[in-house]
Design a binder for this molecule. Structure first.
Ligand code: NGF
Length: 292
């Protein structure tokens, strides 16, 4: 069983101008992550993959292409969460059959699901797939907050191995690590990796690792080695880059930075804005020259 610790890129997906999947470009993004960013694994089908705007068949196609390109070179996590539980199960079964090392599912959102409903959601996917599961907690987008005791209830299912923690609540992160030391935590905000690493995370899953994966690993490893000042210096440079990316349009700017590396990262999927303006492309070029 592959280790799921370490640096995972939240995989970007290359789309054609008409919104269809650009398979060649997607394969190049996978290769770039493995060969150049040297990541430990990929998180496929997350927010960064523009997943929540895609059809079930498109989500499956992305799982298939990513696995076919990565083979067994790195660990692969499939994000299968959806407010449609039947879809989540279908995707989970598909990804498990493809050989994904673990599943992850965003907490069901939009409706105000009760905690027993959320627990049922996870247990149903796990029962149908037999695969391991990582809870994807991203309260700022879902509005779903899970407390320490509720995590304990979820962890009663031994297949739930941890949480992708996309939040800045370091008190909760610390309480979770103390209460459930054998469960894993992946930091979800790249700009806050250092404080999360100091608190003992087991890995990180990030969009910016597609282009800044080398620095992400340095921050993570230096924090683990207790070299906090050195790690902080790298986090400062990283955050200068991330600030520039966020100010210019998150996914499109990362795609542009990939293009400047020769990777056909394509367009974004509508209703997101499809492409950068000339002025934004110029900003991306400046970021590349300065930080990458
Ligand atoms: O993009 C988001 C959410 N979060 C990602 C990361 O948690 C991956 C993070 O890297 C992810 O959520 C997913 O693909 O499912 C940020 O993009 C980064 O820290 C910049 O804020 O909006």
């Amino acid at each position: 069983m592959k280790s799921l610790k370490g640096i995972f890129s939240a995989l970007l997906v290359s789309f054609n101008a008409d919104g269809t999947i650009n398979e060649k470009g997607l394969r190049q993004i996978v290769r770039h992550n493995i060969d150049k960013m040297k990541v430990d694994g990929l998180y496929v089908g997350g927010s960064t993959g523009e997943n929540f705007m895609l059809s079930t068949d498109e989500k499956k196609e992305i799982f298939r292409i990513a696995k076919d390109e990565a083979k067994d070179q790195i660990a692969l996590i499939a994000q299968v969460g959806s407010v449609n539980l039947k879809e989540a199960v279908e995707l989970g079964q598909y990804a498990t059959e493809l050989g994904y090392d673990c599943l992850s599912a965003v907490t069901p959102f939009y409706y105000k699901f009760s905690f027993p409903e959320i627990k049922h959601f996870y247990n149903t996917i796990i029962e149908a797939t037999g695969n391991r599961m990582i809870v994807y907690s991203i309260p700022f987008l879902t509005g779903v907050n899970i407390g320490v005791a509720q995590f304990g209830e979820l962890y009663e299912n031994e297949k739930i191995i941890g949480v992708k923690f996309t939040a800045g609540d370091f008190y909760l992160l610390e309480r979770l690590k103390k209460a459930y030391p054998n469960h894993l935590i992946w930091a979800g905000f790249d700009e806050m990796m250092l404080p999360a690493a100091v608190l003992g995370i087991d890995g990180a899953i990030g969009s910016t690792f597609n282009v800044n994966g080398i620095r992400a690993r340095q921050i993570y490893e230096k924090a683990q080695a207790g070299q906090i000042q050195e790690a902080l210096e790298i986090q400062h440079v990283t955050n200068d880059l991330i600030e520039g990316i966020l100010g210019n349009g998150l996914y499109l700017t990362i795609k542009e930075l990939l293009k400047l590396e020769g990777v056909d990262a394509g367009y974004c999927r509508e209703p997101m804005t499809k492409e950068l303006t000339e002025a934004q492309i110029a900003v991306a070029k400046e970021l590349k020259a300065k930080y990458l």
